[in-house]
Design a protein around this ligand. Structure first.
Ligand SMILES: [Zn+2]
Length: 333
């Protein structure tokens, strides 16, 4: 097979990775599948080589499993990744060991940078001069920053007018993205983004783009490397649009299939009580997703009532014997 392909998670139809495509013809989500036997022919040697590459950026160090099809000279990086893993066992002594991964220490202050390395670099490889996203915060900051770092690339951000704080606007504007407020909500902006990317050669970088998931796999892989490949019992992760838990699961599965790790952790997805569609679905055995009108929460990044990556997330949760929990605002703080 080719080194990487797009494959539909529902009907299994395959597409050329070089095609600009975000969904299957059947309408369902695509994922990127790599032939890891080509990029990592000897997993043991690959694993041993990683310790000698700590001076390199995380994406490049793990690229053979993250996104081997990306040509080296197309990489757009802001030196994201290698975020610290804090041992906080002393603060929560009822656990034998508990560590926190601080993804806020990425260049634009969120894990979104992990996905944008892959997404913007791939747009750069495809020769797209314009990239776009609808966003209410972190995604637009990350996309604008990476687009600004690429040669000959313009970022376009569509935002619901009047609903964005100055802090959220600041990064997108200061990185030079064309930032447009539209008299609608997030979903209205998202519809416009889809229409624009169908009509023009503008590359879509919202989370339905499966390439971003490949970059986000680095969080779990890097964590295990920091733990000297000792697999913890649990990975606990917040869930909004469900892309991050999908990426975490996919990356860990790939490491397991390569024999880099010899057991799988369990996954716990955490939502807030006011935005808990995945939690409700978990309680009914994942039989269906009932979209919600998400209520405001201090964890504004996961205030999402209809998660785009729902189907990918439940596949990973089932594979990893996962659980989903919803917490109150008090518990959150
Ligand atoms: Zn399909």
């Amino acid at each position: 097979m080719a080194l990487s392909i797009f494959k539909c998670i529902y009907c299994n139809k395959e597409y050329d990775i070089q095609e600009i495509r975000y969904r299957c013809e059947c309408g369902d989500l695509l994922e990127v599948i790599h032939d890891l036997s080509q990029s990592i022919p000897n997993p043991n040697d690959w694993k041993k080589s990683l310790d000698g590459q700590m001076a390199d950026i995380a994406f490049r160090r793990y690229q053979a499993v993250l996104f081997p099809s990306l040509p080296e000279d197309k990489l757009i990086t802001l030196f994201e990744g290698d975020t610290p893993l804090y041992d906080v066992t002393h603060s929560i002594p009822r656990f034998k060991s508990i560590k926190l991964k601080h993804e806020g220490l990425n260049p634009t202050l969120s894990f979104k940078d992990r996905g944008m390395v892959a997404g913007v670099s791939w747009a750069n490889h495809l020769g797209c001069e314009n990239v776009i996203c609808a966003s209410t915060g972190d995604t637009s900051a990350a996309m604008a920053a990476y687009a600004a770092a690429a040669p000959n690339m313009k970022g376009i951000v569509l935002l619901p007018k009047g609903k964005i704080s100055p802090e959220q606007l600041a990064q997108s504007i200061s990185f030079g993205a064309l930032t447009i407020g539209i008299e609608t909500d997030f979903d209205g902006c998202m519809n416009l983004v889809q229409e624009l990317t169908q009509k023009h050669k503008i590359y879509l970088l919202n989370s339905m783009n499966p390439v971003r998931i490949e970059g986000q796999k680095a969080i779990g892989i890097e964590t295990l490397h920091q733990l000297n490949w000792q697999v913890p019992d649990w990975f606990v992760i917040p869930v909004g649009n469900a892309g991050n838990i999908s990426a975490l699961g996919k990356g860990l599965r790939e490491l397991y299939e390569l024999g880099i790790i010899d057991k799988l952790p369990r996954l716990a997805g955490i939502q807030t009580e006011g935005a808990s569609p995945l939690f409700e679905s978990f309680k009914n055995g994942y039989t269906k997703l009932v979209p919600q009108k998400a209520k405001p929460t201090k964890a504004s990044a996961i205030q999402i009532g209809d998660p785009v990556s729902y189907k990918k997330a439940i596949r990973e949760l089932k594979h990893f014997d996962g659980v989903v929990e919803a917490v109150s605002e008090k518990e959150l703080m």
